[in-house]
Design a protein around this ligand. Structure first.
Ligand SMILES: Nc1ncnc2c1ncn2[C@@H]1O[C@H](COP(=O)(O)OP(=O)(O)OP(=O)(O)O)[C@@H](O)[C@H]1O
Length: 246
């Protein structure tokens, strides 16, 4: 299987400190991957590089079936090329309904000149209902986003990202602040989403990762320390040492 995203030999230095050190990472077109690692391992910086927020000093980052370098693309171009990022804190419009939030996301997906003449169509309304259904908010369309639970807000934001039809979704700590039931529903959602796109989940919650039941990449000091199933990596002495400090 050829990779959808390929990060190769990437390094980033902040004021002389090497936050990412010769990092190589690849993910397939329909793959679910968990990225773990202790604080400061470089997980956020890795996502910043993929989304164009941080530029590496060396290495290459390519994306797509016909690999295209992301390094010369702006953050907006990378998003349009099919990479969506879900930050830890939900950023939905609280005073707007679920339906209105999703309609805004659909609108944002249009070329600027088309937005000028944009009118909501029946097809848009169907798409909004479909997006809400995909994340389990089909019955919440008329509710204000501000009234939703924390987990529901996170799902709404994922649906807003899905409006852009990303081929790669980066999800930062989805389990944080969620109830047990919400975490279980989120696991199921991410597994489902990864059937039709690549999904990379950065998470500290090991129980959550166990339920994702996917390949895990362990980062440490800006490099890949171990890769494989959760059982495989958690038996690795180097991983145990990094996590337990022994
Ligand atoms: N803009 C920056 N300037 C200076 N140092 C930075 C910058 N961004 C990140 N770093 C440093 O780079 C290292 C990697 O940080 P990063 O946030 O990527 O780690 P992380 O694995 O996401 O950690 P956490 O789990 O705590 O979120 C850290 O030591 C951090 O202090």
């Amino acid at each position: 299987m050829s990779a959808l995203l390929e990060v190769s030999g990437v390094s980033v230095t902040f004021d002389g400190f090497r936050a990412i050190n010769n990092l190589s990472f690849a993910i397939g077109p329909q793959e679910l991957r968990a990225v773990i690692g202790p604080n400061g391992a470089g997980k956020t910086t890795f996502m910043d590089i993929v989304t164009g927020k941080t530029r590496p000093d060396e290495g290459s980052v390519t994306f797509g079936e016909t690999p295209r370098s992301l390094l010369k693309m702006s953050e907006a171009q990378i998003a349009r090329a099919g990479i969506g990022r879900k930050f830890q804190r939900p950023t939905v419009f609280e005073d707007q309904t679920v339906s209105e939030n999703l309609m805004l996301a659909l609108k944002a997906n249009r070329a600027p000149w088309r937005v000028l003449f944009w009118r909501e169509t029946a097809a848009d309304r169907t798409r909004v209902a479909d997006l809400a259904g995909q994340v389990g908010l089909g019955s919440q369309l008329a509710r204000k986003a501000g009234e939703l639970s924390h987990g529901q807000k996170q799902w709404l934001e994922i649906a807003m990202l899905l409006a852009q039809e990303p081929r790669l979704l980066l999800v930062d700590e989805p389990a944080a602040g969620m109830s047990f039931i919400e975490r279980e529903q989120t696991t199921a959602l991410l597994v489902e989403l990864a059937k039709t796109r690549a999904v990379v989940v950065v998470e500290h919650d090991m129980e959550f990762i166990r339920r994702l039941n996917c390949k895990v990449t362990v980062l440490h000091e800006g490099s890949v320390l171990a890769e494989g199933s959760l059982d495989h990596v958690t038996k690795n002495p180097a991983v145990i040492e990094v996590y337990l400090g022994r």
